[in-house]
Ligand binder design. Structure first.
Ligand code: NDP
Length: 414
């Protein structure tokens, strides 16, 4: 979201807000529905989308009565459609496949698109919502990492606001209300440091999937939990912050804060620092994103500074966590580099979760993928006309596909 819009907060929201929730069956999706549940009359669920978890989705349909749902996995969609046919009283249409998700995002009948799909799968539906000028509450950071240049330019053109759900970016957004872009000296993203913050480097090759999935502070989906353990999550967030706030990467720093109470900070040119604090509970930034700039009267666990003290801060260990610098490198190169970073990371994380590679192989594969980037990879992705947009999409999709298919041969050559 351009800073100028944060300075002059958007007009008061009109309720009920009609929501399309993409990724409803995941951790952010379920938390979002809990926020909706706690505010009867303020929000209406109009559309839901997920990949294959139709058991959870069927329960959500019964409770929230969306007009339509989209299921990316076609056989799961067919099963849900036959269940829905047996219960015509729900009146819920079932769309199928990745095209079904895009179609649902393109439709009228909702105000706010919540991007809570995981990974690159979130890109196409988010793009559709932006092209239609919808308000975007975005958790799916990979979408901005891969195509931030394109999406923020399109959002500025269509009037689509992008409000972050990621707790760090929500914190920065809140710190920047009423401030001017020139007054920012730096943005400081906090990182919990993950489960291996204090583990000696020599033990990293022995890290198991089970240990990596035990995040000390947040309960999240599997992919982001592994990203948090490698610190790639923070790397992706540096790039996300650049696009959300229009601040160059050299003004975005990372500090490790194991208590996850200070969600991020902004330092201004006069040396003053603003921070946003709260208990680690994603319902708070989700609720803020849904109603911003309004604050809704609903609190979750309240912060007790005495009980949570001491609050500690450390510099990240870049030798133990090389992914952070790989992400910064990709962000600085720009163009398709962040797409290569993201695709190789998604594949490497999946391989680690499948126990096919070691934890320490994740950054090795990402580095190798970036080293084999095509010569034109750092060319910027701008799109002024319809043809430009189509070409940019083709470039991004081709790069994502090529990067993914190059990882297996790399493994064979290792
Ligand atoms: P989860 O893995 O818990 O949920 C992912 C959701 O996306 C599910 O609804 C899943 O459907 C759906 N999905 C996964 N793959 C596809 C696909 N190929 N096509 C369509 N739908 C798909 O993830 P999280 O909720 O943890 O994270 C979602 C996003 O939010 C990520 O980008 C993450 O980085 C970001 N985020 C998450 C935070 C958190 O606290 N969890 C915090 C900040 C950001 P199904 O269940 O049917 O498989």
């Amino acid at each position: 979201m351009p800073l100028s819009e944060i300075q002059n907060p958007v007009p008061k929201i009109h309720y009920p807000i009609r929501i399309a929730l993409f990724g409803s069956t995941g951790s952010i999706g379920v938390n979002t529905l809990d926020v909706v549940r706690r505010h009867p009359g303020r929000f209406q669920i109009r559309a839901l989308a997920a990949n294959r978890n139709i058991e959870v989705l069927a329960g959500q349909i019964a409770e929230f009565h969306p007009k339509a749902v989209a299921v990316a996995d076609e056989s799961a969609a067919a099963k849900l459609a036959s269940l829905a046919a047996g219960r015509p009283e729900t009146g819920c249409e079932v769309l199928s496949g990745t095209e079904g998700l895009r179609e649902l995002a393109r439709r009228d009948g909702y105000d706010t698109f919540i991007g809570a799909l995981t990974g690159f799968a979130g890109f196409a539906p988010t793009l559709e919502a932006i092209l239609r000028g919808k308000r975007i509450a975005l958790a799916n950071k990979e979408t901005l990492v891969v195509a931030g240049e394109l999406l923020t330019a399109l959002a500025a053109r269509t009037g689509s606001e992008i409000i972050p759900i990621d707790s760090e970016h929500s914190a920065i957004h809140q710190c920047l209300v009423g401030e001017s872009p020139e007054s920012i000296r730096q943005i400081i993203l906090t990182a919990s440091g993950g489960p291996f913050r204090t583990l000696p480097r020599e033990s990293f090759p022995n890290i198991t999937v089970e240990a990596a999935l035990k995040h000390p502070k947040w309960k999240m989906g599997r992919k982001i939990t592994i990203d948090s353990a490698t610190l790639m999550n923070k790397g992706l967030e540096i790039i996300e912050a650049k696009w959300l706030f229009g601040v160059p990467l050299n003004k975005i720093e990372v500090v490790v804060h194991p208590q996850s109470i200070v969600h991020s900070l902004v330092e201004f040119v006069d040396g003053s620092v603003k921070a946003q604090l709260g208990m680690p509970d994603m319902r708070l930034p989700i609720q803020y994103a849904l109603a911003a700039p309004e604050r809704l009267d609903q609190s979750y666990d309240l912060l007790d500074l005495v009980k949570t003290s001491p609050l500690e801060f450390f510099a990240p260990d870049l030798e133990k966590f090389p992914s952070l610098e790989l992400a910064r490198f990709a962000g600085e190169r720009g163009g398709l580099y962040p797409c290569i970073l993201n695709a190789s990371n998604e594949v490497a994380v999946a391989l680690f979760l499948a126990k096919r590679i070691q934890f320490t192989d994740i950054p090795v594969l990402i580095r190798a993928a970036m080293e084999s980037a095509p010569p034109d990879a750092s060319e910027s992705i701008q799109a002024l006309t319809e043809t430009d947009i189509a070409n940019a999409l083709k470039r991004i999709n081709a790069c994502d596909t090529a990067t993914r298919s190059n990882i297996e041969p790399m493994l064979a050559g290792q």
